[in-house]
Write a protein that binds this ligand. Sequence first.
Ligand code: SAM
Length: 245
Amino acid sequence: MKWKKIGDILILDNKFDVQSNMNLDEIANKHNVKTIMKVDHIYGTKREPVIKLLYGTETETINKENNCLFKLDLKKVMWSKGNNNERIRIARLVEDNETIIDMFAGIGYFSIPIGVHSNAKQIYSMEINPNSFYYLNENIKLNKIKNITPLLGDCKGLTPNYKADRIIMGYVKTTHHYLKIAVDSLNKGGIIHYHETVPEKLMDVRPINRIREASENRDVEFLKLNTVKKYSPGVFHVVCDARIN
Ligand SMILES: C[S@@+](CC[C@H](N)C(=O)[O-])C[C@H]1O[C@@H](n2cnc3c(N)ncnc32)[C@H](O)[C@@H]1O
């Protein structure tokens, strides 16, 4: 049986066939969970899950990762276990007194670890989905973070109101449409973390070229290409780190 545990909820792999004679009660007890479910798919720009409940009814839980607490309702907002290394990698890069914009903050996937593990000056966390925004606020309280400003709305409209030393663009598929706005809000010498799903053969060229294009006359220094996870056959979810002078 393939599964992942998020807080006290067990998520079974979609390909796993649940037989009618399976004792879900026993499985729940064995894994010490209150709920067993499957996530059929995640849809739309707000990244909303479509789930199937197999056992139990409660879908809200608190997941602990890298010394951070993430409260979330798995019926309403997504959790990508495969992004755990990236969540802590970014927090460890943050230097003292940085101002940060997290353009696609969700429930605080990046903002919370930054708040917990760094001495950033201010983190502006933007989120368009009211359900995710609710849990972003919950997680700020739960982790007792004082330097996150949660902002509900489209980061396209919100970002130009702020300037930052580091901008996180933790979203895939259409992220390049937001690059120009991000670059315009980045201080000289600031760093951008630009996510993209990219065919393997374009990995070394497309993300950095898109950043260069959006940066127009500014000098772009390529820092790192980090593979987050395999997205689909031949396609990878990557993050390109670049300094823009
Ligand atoms: C779910 S996160 C991506 C996952 C995350 N990178 C991780 O580590 O698990 C992306 C978030 O961006 C939000 N979003 C999408 N478009 C947006 C926009 N234009 N402005 C602000 N937030 C947006 C979605 O609602 C979603 O919560």
